[in-house]
Ligand binder design. Sequence first.
Ligand code: NAD
Length: 462
Amino acid sequence: MKAHDGMYIDGAWRPAAGRDTIAVVNPADEQVIAEVPAGGAEDVDAAVRAARAALPAWAATAPAERAARIAALRDVLVARKDEIAETVTAELGAPLPFSQAVHAGVPILVAGSYAELAASYAFEEKVGNSTVYAEPVGVVGAITPWNYPLHQIVAKVAPALAAGCTIVLKPAEDTPLTAQLFAEAVHEAGVPAGAFNLVTGLGPVAGQALAEHEGVDLVSFTGSTAVGRKIGATAGAAVKRVALELGGKSANVILPSADLAKAVGVGVANVMGNSGQTCSAWTRMLVHTSQYDEAVALAAEAAAKYGDRIGPLVNAKQHARVRGYIEKGVAEGARLGAGGPDAPREQGYFVSPTVFADVTPEMTVAQEEIFGPVVSLIRYEDEDDALRIANGTVYGLAGAVWAGDEAEAVAFARRMDTGQVDINGGRFNPLAPFGGYKQSGVGRELGSHGLAEYLQTKSLQF
Ligand code: NAD
């Protein structure tokens, strides 16, 4: 695969300060497909300086001009969507149709939504005898994970640019090629030099240098709760803005009045898509005790249908981790309805779509984020029991409720401690705020709420 051997800083590809590299591996066949530079503090410093130098001019551009650049960026993503999908498939392993529809498709929607929002957002309002201005926060340090490599970049860069901020991006080490492609797209879209900068590198080296850099005004991080906690502490000590999009262990609550077959089928598909590597996946399926056995049979059937269509996990470490969780589920007394810990293929980091039955709320597989194609079916006795189980983890990112009557589902959803709930299989909305309650994070992405994260307010009194 094509790779740049430098960093995208101040509008050009520049050699890295050091000689270290990161090997990019195709998780479907374990072959090295490219190498990219592993940046360090010096590269991060150069990128932050470029972003700071570009800030005054970019912050002063009219919103319509910023909207035009983001619209141009969306158009480049559209023109290069096949290349994007192929790149994501090569370094993440997602099956090509999923990469085309989701990994390439969703960022186009999100970039489009910010082109519109940049043009229409009220950056100025009158409040009594005051005028309140929404001004850019400044230089953004964006740190992203590998599981939706382009979406997570666009969900930070598009609103930051729309707000008038400038950015340094440190993408995940497993998926740097998608990030390099994105930098090419930013360049082609005519975004001014320095407004967007890319430093590839390791988390504890380049990521940490970015989070700690004095020239960064806001750190926007998506990734694990463990790293997020550290980044939050660093930002707090520096009195710096921080946004954290972290892990999840979401509940799919099927009330007795729901269409069981549909709720189970959509629920299993929700977990298996992207091989279970979705922070908002509904990995706990809550079923009334009277329908439990039927739900287990339906889930096992739905998982078995996935069979070979599921992609590998991203790397050897995740492969071992997810198989370890499946073994732990068995050891703690959960029953396998489908799948299991054995690797289904000799080559590639594959795990079989796995359904666990007889899972109790306190088991490890019901509490910890597995980040693999594993769904756990948990019984509940009544609605209060279901709510207690649904809210009974440290996370609160997403969830689903199914009921015969929409109002019944809404009433339940309002009692859930979580940031997003899909009602009877509700569709993705790129404008809906996305983010966590509890340890799933701080702040929101997408739509106008996502834009507001990159703004600070100033009031003038008259
Ligand atoms: P991770 O936390 O290991 O890495 C995420 C990013 O942080 C990477 O770019 C990595 O290089 C960097 N990083 C690692 N250590 C760092 C450090 N000490 N300082 C600064 N940066 C550092 O997470 P991951 O394994 O790449 O991603 C999976 C996790 O991300 C899951 O827990 C998942 O739920 C979460 N996630 C959350 C959301 C959300 O929106 N809430 C979305 C996707 C993924």
